[in-house]
Design a protein around this ligand. Sequence first.
Ligand code: MTE
Length: 323
Amino acid sequence: MSLRDALRIPLREVTDEAVYADRRRLLAALAASPALTLAGCTEAAPPPPPAKTVITPEQAKAGFRTDEELTRYEDVTSYNNFYEFGSGKADPSRARKTLRTSPWHVLVGGECAKPGRLSLDDLLKGIKPEERIYRLRCVEGWSMVIPWLGVPLSSVLKRFEPTSKAKYVAFVSLGDPAQMPGIRVPILDWPYREGLRIDEAMHPLAFLATGLYGKPLPQQNGAPLRLLVPWKYGFKGIKSIVRIEFVEKMPETAWHASQPEEYGFFSNVNPDVDHPRWSQASERRISGTASKLFADRIPTRPFNGYGPQVASLYAGMDLRKWF
Ligand code: MTE
């Protein structure tokens, strides 16, 4: 079979038979040993799963899952933005696997009663892993639908007991040039930084992912721990997180520091507020077997379609000013 043909395998074959079975196996393994498996162990292989994902009305209403056509695993893992491994879309997946994801520690501090430096296992210990199927809308105008594994961000943050002074949460990626060759290029002021307002961080949709398609996160997707805020542009989804800090003032973020007039702190998906250099009214949906570059354009929805769940967070705010 030529590569061209392989790329045209119908979605259901790839998803249901190969990846999907793996995913179910991993979910079952997760139930047995959550923290351990989330950190990357896929050894245990319980009996094969039922063939189809069932999305309950509650999950759909909460925005936790969608039945929109998934983006293929090979596209999710080969068309990436992870500038620490190069600025081309294929650079992160082609980069040598130099990131040491185990052991991995996250330093959590600032305005909280119980700061600490925790191993990934300890950070996630006792928190029930979940699968979320989220839309990811990149500020560049493309989007994907991805089944992630992970835990609600709020469950992790709460264990550090943020104080009343914790108005924002700041996140920092690893910034080691020995493991991340792209850091030698001064595209951004490394390490990559992001932030959320505390109510955004505590929202049930804000998620920390450790896997996708039932497999541990690949290096290019932000192993071993990355943020997902599905109603915001994809660049808020900071990868390979090593530090989380509760802060009183709005933290500086990597893209805002680099081009403040183009990338605001909130960065909620908004078809009515264009990027200074291009329209945000529509997006190229990379899903199924459609070609990545010529995928159909679909209208972009306010808050990436999560308005019913999150619009109230911004009641009374001028979203043109707070873009
Ligand atoms: N996190 C870090 N540390 N470095 C990056 O370059 N790129 C962001 C975000 N997180 C980025 C990052 C951007 S622009 C997007 S669109 C998403 O990651 C892409 O995630 P994906 O490659 O898993 O699709």
